[in-house]
Design a binder for this molecule. Sequence first.
Ligand SMILES: [Zn+2]
Length: 206
Amino acid sequence: MPSSSRQSHRDNGSTLKWPAQISPAELAPPSEAQAHRFGAGRARNDNKPAWEPTIQPPYPWASNMRAKVLSLEELISKNIIVISGDVHCMECKKQFQIEYDFPSKFYDVVSFLVNGNDNMHDVIKDCKLCGRRKCVQPVISGKKRETNWLFLFLGQMIGYCNLAHLKYFCKHNNLPTSEAKDPLVKLAYTALHCQLDQKAYDLYNQ
Ligand SMILES: [Zn+2]
């Protein structure tokens, strides 16, 4: 189907390919030994705290590596079956939490991803407080390391991230970045899918 005549308001994401040179091992969180090696070469600065390769996980389902989440096996072994995040209503201006059942919601999103949907349109939710429709957006932390990536993935809301958040995600996942937002959104969905399930890597390299 010719795409030029049916261009939607979103880029179709075809300009940024999943990098074939990245192996599943690179997408996985490094081992502790690797993490230490990564930080070992950095110069010490007495005035500034040393850059640490690991962070305090901002959520129980987040990894201690920036822009990474725990794998499906890790989440199940830790009995993490509810993923929550903050949202904000544009109408009543109130903030509340949404919860997703994991892993059932994960499989819903994956089926959407693997069925070749190039455009991951953000899901706009209704407000449970004021009852108005399609007025709820995720609250995305200004601190990029505190982005609730798994919540955004499950809620199909990654497109609400700004370019800086998406570039941060790509940088810490060894992914190419671009100035176009939509290819980065697609890459983020793909990479998060692979973080959760390393077998998914094969799906994107056929
Ligand atoms: Zn509301």
